[in-house]
Design a binder for this molecule. Structure first.
Ligand SMILES: [Mn+2]
Length: 442
Protein backbone atom coordinates (compact mmCIF):
# COMPACT_ATOMS: atom_id res chain seq x y z
CA UNK A 1 0.00 0.00 0.00
CA UNK A 2 2.16 2.88 -1.25
CA UNK A 3 -0.44 5.06 -2.98
CA UNK A 4 -0.07 7.85 -0.42
CA UNK A 5 1.76 11.07 -1.10
CA UNK A 6 5.34 11.37 0.00
CA UNK A 7 6.81 14.83 0.32
CA UNK A 8 9.34 15.39 -2.45
CA UNK A 9 11.69 17.91 -0.94
CA UNK A 10 13.38 18.64 2.33
CA UNK A 11 12.51 22.02 3.81
CA UNK A 12 15.23 21.56 6.43
CA UNK A 13 12.82 22.02 9.29
CA UNK A 14 14.53 23.00 12.49
CA UNK A 15 13.31 23.13 16.07
CA UNK A 16 14.11 25.70 18.72
CA UNK A 17 14.95 22.89 21.11
CA UNK A 18 17.08 19.78 20.95
CA UNK A 19 14.62 16.89 20.53
CA UNK A 20 14.63 13.65 22.48
CA UNK A 21 15.88 10.80 20.24
CA UNK A 22 13.14 8.95 18.33
CA UNK A 23 14.00 5.72 20.16
CA UNK A 24 12.34 7.23 23.27
CA UNK A 25 9.02 7.63 21.46
CA UNK A 26 9.34 4.21 19.85
CA UNK A 27 9.78 2.66 23.32
CA UNK A 28 6.76 4.60 24.60
CA UNK A 29 4.63 3.10 21.81
CA UNK A 30 6.05 -0.37 22.58
CA UNK A 31 5.10 0.03 26.25
CA UNK A 32 1.61 1.23 25.41
CA UNK A 33 1.03 -1.61 22.92
CA UNK A 34 2.17 -4.14 25.55
CA UNK A 35 -0.72 -3.03 27.79
CA UNK A 36 -3.39 -3.34 25.10
CA UNK A 37 -5.30 -6.39 23.83
CA UNK A 38 -4.62 -7.99 20.45
CA UNK A 39 -6.47 -6.22 17.67
CA UNK A 40 -6.58 -2.86 19.48
CA UNK A 41 -6.60 0.27 17.33
CA UNK A 42 -5.13 3.36 19.03
CA UNK A 43 -6.08 6.80 17.72
CA UNK A 44 -4.47 9.93 19.22
CA UNK A 45 -5.05 13.42 17.84
CA UNK A 46 -3.37 16.79 18.16
CA UNK A 47 -5.34 19.24 20.23
CA UNK A 48 -7.57 21.57 18.28
CA UNK A 49 -6.49 25.12 17.54
CA UNK A 50 -9.07 27.14 19.44
CA UNK A 51 -10.75 30.15 17.80
CA UNK A 52 -10.77 33.61 19.37
CA UNK A 53 -12.61 36.23 17.28
CA UNK A 54 -12.76 37.03 13.56
CA UNK A 55 -9.97 35.01 11.91
CA UNK A 56 -7.88 34.81 15.09
CA UNK A 57 -6.87 31.70 17.02
CA UNK A 58 -5.06 30.82 20.20
CA UNK A 59 -1.58 29.37 19.74
CA UNK A 60 -1.49 25.64 19.17
CA UNK A 61 -0.76 23.62 22.31
CA UNK A 62 0.08 20.02 21.54
CA UNK A 63 -1.78 17.16 23.14
CA UNK A 64 0.58 15.88 25.85
CA UNK A 65 -0.07 12.20 25.16
CA UNK A 66 0.44 12.60 21.40
CA UNK A 67 3.70 14.40 22.15
CA UNK A 68 4.74 11.64 24.56
CA UNK A 69 4.07 8.97 21.92
CA UNK A 70 5.56 10.75 18.88
CA UNK A 71 7.60 13.87 19.75
CA UNK A 72 5.55 15.68 17.08
CA UNK A 73 4.55 19.22 18.07
CA UNK A 74 2.32 20.15 15.13
CA UNK A 75 -1.40 20.78 14.68
CA UNK A 76 -3.71 18.29 12.93
CA UNK A 77 -1.40 15.32 13.54
CA UNK A 78 -2.88 11.85 14.13
CA UNK A 79 -1.17 8.74 15.45
CA UNK A 80 -2.75 5.39 14.58
CA UNK A 81 -1.42 2.17 16.12
CA UNK A 82 -2.69 -1.28 15.17
CA UNK A 83 -1.74 -3.82 17.84
CA UNK A 84 -1.11 -7.41 16.76
CA UNK A 85 -1.37 -10.76 18.55
CA UNK A 86 1.87 -10.56 20.54
CA UNK A 87 2.02 -6.85 21.32
CA UNK A 88 3.67 -6.02 17.99
CA UNK A 89 2.25 -2.86 16.49
CA UNK A 90 1.99 -1.14 13.14
CA UNK A 91 2.11 2.62 13.50
CA UNK A 92 0.96 5.28 11.06
CA UNK A 93 1.41 9.01 11.45
CA UNK A 94 -0.87 11.39 9.58
CA UNK A 95 0.42 14.90 9.01
CA UNK A 96 -1.07 18.05 7.67
CA UNK A 97 0.02 18.23 4.04
CA UNK A 98 2.81 20.55 3.13
CA UNK A 99 4.31 21.56 -0.21
CA UNK A 100 6.13 24.56 -1.64
CA UNK A 101 2.95 26.62 -2.06
CA UNK A 102 1.70 25.90 1.44
CA UNK A 103 5.11 26.84 2.85
CA UNK A 104 4.89 30.30 1.26
CA UNK A 105 1.53 31.04 2.87
CA UNK A 106 1.75 29.26 6.18
CA UNK A 107 5.42 28.66 6.86
CA UNK A 108 7.36 25.48 7.34
CA UNK A 109 5.59 22.30 8.40
CA UNK A 110 7.18 18.92 9.03
CA UNK A 111 7.95 16.86 5.95
CA UNK A 112 7.22 13.16 6.05
CA UNK A 113 10.96 12.58 6.43
CA UNK A 114 11.20 15.08 9.30
CA UNK A 115 8.28 13.45 11.10
CA UNK A 116 9.71 9.98 10.61
CA UNK A 117 13.08 11.10 11.96
CA UNK A 118 11.53 12.78 15.02
CA UNK A 119 9.02 10.04 15.91
CA UNK A 120 10.54 6.82 14.61
CA UNK A 121 7.25 6.11 12.78
CA UNK A 122 8.16 5.00 9.26
CA UNK A 123 4.68 5.09 7.76
CA UNK A 124 3.95 8.81 7.45
CA UNK A 125 1.07 10.02 5.26
CA UNK A 126 -0.99 13.18 4.75
CA UNK A 127 -4.29 13.52 6.58
CA UNK A 128 -6.36 13.28 3.36
CA UNK A 129 -6.27 9.46 3.70
CA UNK A 130 -7.62 9.54 7.29
CA UNK A 131 -11.26 8.71 6.57
CA UNK A 132 -10.32 5.89 4.19
CA UNK A 133 -8.00 4.38 6.83
CA UNK A 134 -10.71 4.60 9.51
CA UNK A 135 -13.24 2.90 7.23
CA UNK A 136 -10.79 0.05 6.77
CA UNK A 137 -9.25 -0.23 10.25
CA UNK A 138 -12.08 0.48 12.70
CA UNK A 139 -14.31 -2.45 11.61
CA UNK A 140 -11.25 -4.73 11.67
CA UNK A 141 -10.28 -3.73 15.24
CA UNK A 142 -11.24 -5.63 18.41
CA UNK A 143 -11.45 -2.31 20.31
CA UNK A 144 -10.60 1.32 19.68
CA UNK A 145 -8.45 3.21 22.19
CA UNK A 146 -8.69 6.98 22.26
CA UNK A 147 -6.94 9.64 24.29
CA UNK A 148 -9.29 11.19 26.84
CA UNK A 149 -8.14 13.52 29.58
CA UNK A 150 -9.31 12.27 32.96
CA UNK A 151 -7.28 14.68 35.11
CA UNK A 152 -9.20 14.92 38.42
CA UNK A 153 -9.31 18.73 38.33
CA UNK A 154 -10.06 19.11 34.63
CA UNK A 155 -12.96 21.42 33.93
CA UNK A 156 -14.07 22.35 30.44
CA UNK A 157 -17.30 22.65 28.52
CA UNK A 158 -15.46 22.51 25.18
CA UNK A 159 -15.51 19.13 23.45
CA UNK A 160 -12.00 18.14 22.42
CA UNK A 161 -10.95 16.55 19.13
CA UNK A 162 -10.60 13.20 20.89
CA UNK A 163 -14.01 13.50 22.54
CA UNK A 164 -15.65 14.32 19.20
CA UNK A 165 -13.97 11.25 17.75
CA UNK A 166 -15.30 9.06 20.56
CA UNK A 167 -18.84 10.32 19.92
CA UNK A 168 -18.51 9.84 16.15
CA UNK A 169 -17.18 6.29 16.54
CA UNK A 170 -19.95 5.32 18.95
CA UNK A 171 -22.53 6.69 16.46
CA UNK A 172 -21.03 5.02 13.40
CA UNK A 173 -19.93 1.74 15.01
CA UNK A 174 -22.30 1.04 17.93
CA UNK A 175 -20.81 -2.45 18.43
CA UNK A 176 -17.18 -1.40 18.72
CA UNK A 177 -15.68 -1.03 22.21
CA UNK A 178 -14.26 2.48 22.70
CA UNK A 179 -11.67 2.66 25.48
CA UNK A 180 -9.17 5.23 26.82
CA UNK A 181 -5.39 5.10 26.93
CA UNK A 182 -5.37 7.67 29.76
CA UNK A 183 -4.63 5.24 32.61
CA UNK A 184 -1.82 3.51 30.71
CA UNK A 185 -0.27 6.82 29.69
CA UNK A 186 -0.56 8.19 33.22
CA UNK A 187 1.39 5.25 34.62
CA UNK A 188 4.07 5.72 32.00
CA UNK A 189 4.37 9.52 32.15
CA UNK A 190 4.43 9.72 35.93
CA UNK A 191 7.82 7.99 36.18
CA UNK A 192 10.23 9.99 34.07
CA UNK A 193 12.64 8.10 31.85
CA UNK A 194 16.30 8.99 31.47
CA UNK A 195 15.73 10.52 28.03
CA UNK A 196 13.22 13.04 29.42
CA UNK A 197 15.39 14.34 32.20
CA UNK A 198 17.62 16.58 30.03
CA UNK A 199 14.47 18.40 28.85
CA UNK A 200 13.07 18.76 32.37
CA UNK A 201 16.45 19.76 33.79
CA UNK A 202 16.81 22.39 31.10
CA UNK A 203 13.28 23.73 31.68
CA UNK A 204 14.11 23.97 35.40
CA UNK A 205 17.53 25.47 34.76
CA UNK A 206 16.09 28.17 32.47
CA UNK A 207 13.36 28.85 35.05
CA UNK A 208 15.98 29.46 37.75
CA UNK A 209 18.39 31.37 35.50
CA UNK A 210 15.69 33.89 34.53
CA UNK A 211 14.97 34.51 38.20
CA UNK A 212 18.66 35.05 38.98
CA UNK A 213 18.98 37.51 36.09
CA UNK A 214 15.90 39.38 37.33
CA UNK A 215 17.00 39.82 40.95
CA UNK A 216 19.43 42.69 40.37
CA UNK A 217 16.83 44.61 38.31
CA UNK A 218 13.95 44.70 40.82
CA UNK A 219 13.24 48.00 42.61
CA UNK A 220 10.25 49.83 44.12
CA UNK A 221 8.17 51.53 41.40
CA UNK A 222 8.83 48.73 38.91
CA UNK A 223 5.68 47.40 37.24
CA UNK A 224 4.74 43.79 37.85
CA UNK A 225 4.38 43.66 34.05
CA UNK A 226 7.99 44.80 33.65
CA UNK A 227 9.08 41.87 35.81
CA UNK A 228 6.98 39.58 33.61
CA UNK A 229 8.61 41.08 30.50
CA UNK A 230 12.13 40.67 31.89
CA UNK A 231 11.47 37.02 32.75
CA UNK A 232 9.90 36.35 29.36
CA UNK A 233 13.00 37.77 27.64
CA UNK A 234 15.35 35.78 29.87
CA UNK A 235 13.46 32.55 29.18
CA UNK A 236 13.00 32.92 25.44
CA UNK A 237 16.61 34.02 24.99
CA UNK A 238 17.53 30.65 26.52
CA UNK A 239 15.41 28.79 23.94
CA UNK A 240 12.29 28.36 26.01
CA UNK A 241 9.22 28.63 23.80
CA UNK A 242 7.26 30.56 26.43
CA UNK A 243 6.23 30.57 30.06
CA UNK A 244 5.02 27.09 31.00
CA UNK A 245 1.93 28.73 32.58
CA UNK A 246 0.62 32.27 33.04
CA UNK A 247 3.18 33.82 35.39
CA UNK A 248 2.08 35.11 38.79
CA UNK A 249 3.91 38.37 39.58
CA UNK A 250 2.07 39.49 42.70
CA UNK A 251 3.08 42.29 45.07
CA UNK A 252 1.67 43.53 48.35
CA UNK A 253 -1.68 42.07 49.41
CA UNK A 254 -1.93 40.20 46.09
CA UNK A 255 0.85 37.86 47.28
CA UNK A 256 -2.07 36.17 49.10
CA UNK A 257 -4.11 35.70 45.90
CA UNK A 258 -3.10 32.21 44.80
CA UNK A 259 -3.78 32.61 41.08
CA UNK A 260 -3.21 36.35 40.60
CA UNK A 261 -2.17 36.85 36.97
CA UNK A 262 -3.11 40.42 36.00
CA UNK A 263 0.40 41.64 36.94
CA UNK A 264 -0.72 45.25 36.60
CA UNK A 265 0.56 47.08 39.72
CA UNK A 266 3.69 49.03 40.48
CA UNK A 267 5.53 47.35 43.34
CA UNK A 268 5.69 49.46 46.49
CA UNK A 269 8.59 50.05 48.85
CA UNK A 270 8.26 47.60 51.75
CA UNK A 271 6.08 45.13 49.83
CA UNK A 272 6.87 41.54 49.07
CA UNK A 273 6.78 40.26 45.48
CA UNK A 274 5.70 36.67 44.93
CA UNK A 275 6.94 35.20 41.64
CA UNK A 276 5.37 31.88 40.59
CA UNK A 277 7.02 31.30 37.25
CA UNK A 278 8.23 28.62 34.88
CA UNK A 279 9.80 28.20 31.47
CA UNK A 280 8.73 25.61 28.91
CA UNK A 281 11.57 23.94 27.07
CA UNK A 282 11.17 21.23 24.44
CA UNK A 283 7.61 20.54 25.58
CA UNK A 284 8.50 20.17 29.29
CA UNK A 285 7.58 22.54 32.13
CA UNK A 286 9.58 24.14 34.92
CA UNK A 287 7.68 25.54 37.92
CA UNK A 288 9.16 27.56 40.78
CA UNK A 289 8.17 30.23 43.25
CA UNK A 290 10.28 32.78 45.07
CA UNK A 291 9.13 35.65 47.26
CA UNK A 292 11.40 38.67 47.43
CA UNK A 293 11.33 42.12 49.09
CA UNK A 294 10.66 44.92 46.57
CA UNK A 295 13.32 47.13 48.15
CA UNK A 296 15.86 44.36 48.59
CA UNK A 297 15.53 44.00 52.37
CA UNK A 298 13.02 41.86 54.29
CA UNK A 299 11.32 43.38 57.34
CA UNK A 300 11.83 41.30 60.52
CA UNK A 301 8.26 39.97 60.28
CA UNK A 302 8.59 39.15 56.56
CA UNK A 303 11.83 37.34 57.29
CA UNK A 304 10.30 35.36 60.15
CA UNK A 305 7.47 34.13 57.94
CA UNK A 306 9.91 33.47 55.08
CA UNK A 307 12.19 31.37 57.26
CA UNK A 308 9.19 29.38 58.54
CA UNK A 309 8.13 28.55 54.97
CA UNK A 310 11.71 27.66 54.08
CA UNK A 311 11.95 25.27 57.05
CA UNK A 312 8.69 23.57 56.03
CA UNK A 313 9.98 23.20 52.46
CA UNK A 314 13.25 21.67 53.72
CA UNK A 315 11.27 19.32 55.99
CA UNK A 316 9.02 18.24 53.10
CA UNK A 317 12.05 17.54 50.89
CA UNK A 318 13.68 15.59 53.72
CA UNK A 319 10.78 13.13 54.06
CA UNK A 320 9.98 12.59 50.34
CA UNK A 321 11.11 9.15 49.29
CA UNK A 322 9.86 6.12 47.35
CA UNK A 323 7.03 4.33 49.15
CA UNK A 324 5.81 7.32 51.18
CA UNK A 325 2.10 7.77 50.57
CA UNK A 326 1.21 11.15 49.08
CA UNK A 327 -1.61 11.77 51.59
CA UNK A 328 0.60 10.78 54.51
CA UNK A 329 3.25 13.19 53.22
CA UNK A 330 0.70 16.02 53.08
CA UNK A 331 -0.41 15.17 56.63
CA UNK A 332 3.17 15.23 57.95
CA UNK A 333 3.78 18.57 56.24
CA UNK A 334 0.62 19.99 57.87
CA UNK A 335 1.89 18.91 61.31
CA UNK A 336 5.21 20.63 60.59
CA UNK A 337 3.43 23.73 59.30
CA UNK A 338 1.14 23.86 62.35
CA UNK A 339 4.13 24.21 64.68
CA UNK A 340 5.50 27.08 62.57
CA UNK A 341 2.12 28.86 62.56
CA UNK A 342 2.02 28.64 66.37
CA UNK A 343 5.54 30.09 66.57
CA UNK A 344 4.44 32.98 64.32
CA UNK A 345 1.47 33.68 66.60
CA UNK A 346 -1.03 32.85 63.86
CA UNK A 347 -2.50 29.71 65.48
CA UNK A 348 -2.76 28.89 69.16
CA UNK A 349 -1.30 25.71 70.64
CA UNK A 350 -4.85 24.80 71.73
CA UNK A 351 -6.14 24.96 68.15
CA UNK A 352 -3.35 22.65 67.01
CA UNK A 353 -3.69 20.31 70.00
CA UNK A 354 -7.35 19.82 69.12
CA UNK A 355 -6.25 18.13 65.85
CA UNK A 356 -2.92 16.49 66.76
CA UNK A 357 -3.09 13.79 64.06
CA UNK A 358 -4.04 16.04 61.18
CA UNK A 359 -4.13 19.78 61.94
CA UNK A 360 -6.47 20.95 59.20
CA UNK A 361 -6.57 24.28 61.06
CA UNK A 362 -3.41 25.21 59.10
CA UNK A 363 -5.65 25.74 56.07
CA UNK A 364 -6.54 29.20 57.37
CA UNK A 365 -3.02 30.28 56.32
CA UNK A 366 -1.93 27.39 54.06
CA UNK A 367 -4.88 26.37 51.91
CA UNK A 368 -3.26 24.39 49.07
CA UNK A 369 -1.38 21.12 48.69
CA UNK A 370 2.40 20.89 48.97
CA UNK A 371 3.23 19.00 45.78
CA UNK A 372 1.98 18.20 42.29
CA UNK A 373 3.70 16.12 39.66
CA UNK A 374 5.51 17.92 36.86
CA UNK A 375 6.43 16.95 33.31
CA UNK A 376 4.97 17.73 29.91
CA UNK A 377 2.10 19.36 31.78
CA UNK A 378 2.69 21.77 34.67
CA UNK A 379 0.06 19.97 36.71
CA UNK A 380 1.16 16.66 35.25
CA UNK A 381 -0.61 13.31 35.24
CA UNK A 382 -0.69 11.31 38.44
CA UNK A 383 -0.79 14.04 41.08
CA UNK A 384 -3.41 11.83 42.81
CA UNK A 385 -1.10 8.77 42.81
CA UNK A 386 -0.99 6.75 46.04
CA UNK A 387 2.79 6.62 46.67
CA UNK A 388 5.93 8.44 45.66
CA UNK A 389 8.31 6.38 43.52
CA UNK A 390 11.82 6.86 42.18
CA UNK A 391 11.85 8.69 38.87
CA UNK A 392 8.81 10.84 39.61
CA UNK A 393 9.21 14.63 39.47
CA UNK A 394 7.26 16.75 41.96
CA UNK A 395 7.05 20.36 43.02
CA UNK A 396 7.55 21.21 46.71
CA UNK A 397 5.70 24.44 47.44
CA UNK A 398 4.55 25.29 50.95
CA UNK A 399 3.30 28.80 51.65
CA UNK A 400 1.91 31.03 54.38
CA UNK A 401 -0.65 33.69 53.46
CA UNK A 402 -1.59 36.51 55.88
CA UNK A 403 -3.74 39.03 53.97
CA UNK A 404 -4.09 41.31 57.04
CA UNK A 405 -0.31 41.79 57.02
CA UNK A 406 0.07 41.92 53.20
CA UNK A 407 2.38 38.93 53.58
CA UNK A 408 2.02 35.99 51.22
CA UNK A 409 5.11 33.81 50.98
CA UNK A 410 5.41 30.69 48.86
CA UNK A 411 8.68 28.92 48.09
CA UNK A 412 8.65 26.28 45.37
CA UNK A 413 11.22 24.08 43.77
CA UNK A 414 11.04 20.94 41.63
CA UNK A 415 12.57 17.63 42.72
CA UNK A 416 13.38 14.26 41.18
CA UNK A 417 12.66 11.38 43.53
CA UNK A 418 15.71 9.16 43.96
CA UNK A 419 16.00 5.75 45.66
CA UNK A 420 16.91 7.40 48.97
CA UNK A 421 15.60 10.96 48.82
CA UNK A 422 15.27 13.78 46.32
CA UNK A 423 17.40 15.85 43.97
CA UNK A 424 16.60 19.57 43.67
CA UNK A 425 16.19 20.35 39.96
CA UNK A 426 16.53 24.14 40.40
CA UNK A 427 19.78 24.42 42.38
CA UNK A 428 20.74 27.56 40.45
CA UNK A 429 17.98 29.70 42.03
CA UNK A 430 19.04 31.03 45.43
CA UNK A 431 16.55 30.77 48.28
CA UNK A 432 18.30 31.76 51.57
CA UNK A 433 17.01 35.21 52.61
CA UNK A 434 20.57 36.50 53.12
CA UNK A 435 21.46 35.39 49.58
CA UNK A 436 18.33 37.07 48.17
CA UNK A 437 19.20 40.36 49.93
CA UNK A 438 22.82 40.19 48.77
CA UNK A 439 21.78 39.56 45.15
CA UNK A 440 19.33 42.49 45.25
CA UNK A 441 21.78 45.00 46.76
CA UNK A 442 22.80 47.50 44.10
MN1 LIG B 1 3.47 24.58 41.17
Amino acid sequence: MKEYTVCQYNMNHTLRYEPIPASFYKTNRDKLAAELPAGALVIVHSNDIYPTNADGTLAHHQNANLFYLTGIDQEETVLLMRVGEAGEHYDTLLLRETNEKIVIWEGARLTAADAAALSGVEDVRWTDVYNALLAEWVPAASSVWLETDNHPRRYTYVQTRNERMAAALRASYPDIKVESIYAALTGMRLVKRAEEMPQLRRACNITGAGFMELLAQVHPGMGEWEIEAALSAAYIRRRARKFSFLPIIASGADTCVLHYISNHKEVQDGDLILLDIGAEYGGYAGDMTRTIPANGKFTPRQRAVYEAVLRVQRYAMSIMRPGLEKQEYERLVRINMAAELVQLGLLTQEEVDAQPENPLCVRKYYMHGTSHSLGIDVHDVGSDVKCFAAGQVWTVEPGIYIPAEKIGIRLETDVLILEDGVENLIPNAIIEPDDIEAAMAH
